[in-house]
Design a protein around this ligand. Structure first.
Ligand code: SF4
Length: 226
């Protein structure tokens, strides 16, 4: 950090050690929010809660991208415990009454798929959260004769591939590629959709359900490796 001490320019020496995630403080936006509420730009800016769940990058530790701007000595990934992050999220949302959340993490902690993200969904708040993720974290499917192959890479630590060869499940899967209203589905199709929801292949949002995997026409080789 460079700063002025009167007319004297001072450059702090770079730190040689990283800040532990638990020592990263909770931001205080109260002064900013007060100023924002009376600002003429208020009509043109959508306020977001800027948070920090982690620093560094677990991917960059192994293969730092050539365009990455992270300092090599600070690239080691470290993240806040899930409970701490959820507590901070809850505190900020209640305090500022803002539902758009912008974690500035370089990359999403994969453990958060099992901890933070389901807990956020359980809150049943209409949060809109923008996370940076690695681009191959996705789920895809392709069609075969009487079956579907699904490849789920959302959690690289627990990547999965599956075959859907049950007619009712396959039919519900393809029917819900366009969002459908649950009350419009028949009883048998609803049962099939419930199974797909349990497998995290269909997302339910209120009365709407939609299939999550994308159709991939050209699969990387080897096609079903995970
Ligand atoms: S994923 Fe992002 S933070 Fe990680 S090494 Fe690549 S550019 Fe850097």
């Amino acid at each position: 950090m460079c700063w002025w001490n009167g007319a004297e320019s001072i450059a702090n020496p770079p730190t040689s050690r990283s800040v532990p995630p638990a020592a990263i403080p909770l931001p205080d936006f109260l002064g900013w929010q007060e100023a924002f509420e009376t600002s003429p730009v208020r009509e043109h800016v959508r306020p977001q809660l800027v948070m920090e769940g982690s620093r560094g990058c677990w991917w960059g530790e192994k293969h730092q991208c050539t365009f990455c701007g992270l300092n090599g000595s600070m690239i080691g990934f470290r993240s806040k415990p899930a409970d701490r992050f959820l507590d901070e999220l809850s505190t900020l949302v209640r305090r500022h009454q803002i539902l758009d959340v912008l974690p500035v993490d370089n990359i999403l902690d994969m453990n958060y798929f099992r901890t933070v993200l389901p807990a956020m969904a359980d809150l049943e708040w209409d949060l809109r959260v923008h996370y940076e993720i690695k681009s191959n974290i996705r789920t895809d499917y392709r069609r075969g004769p009487g079956f579907l192959q699904v490849k789920d890479m959302r959690d690289p630590a627990a990547a999965a591939r599956m075959i859907i060869d049950d007619g009712a499940l396959g039919s519900a899967f393809t029917h819900c590629l366009r969002p459908r209203r649950l009350p419009d589905l028949g009883a048998a199709e609803r049962d099939a959709v419930d199974v797909l929801i349990d497998e995290r292949l269909v997302l339910r949002c209120g009365d709407l359900v939609v299939t999550l995997p994308n159709r991939m026409r050209r699969w990387p080789v080897p096609a079903m490796s995970v």
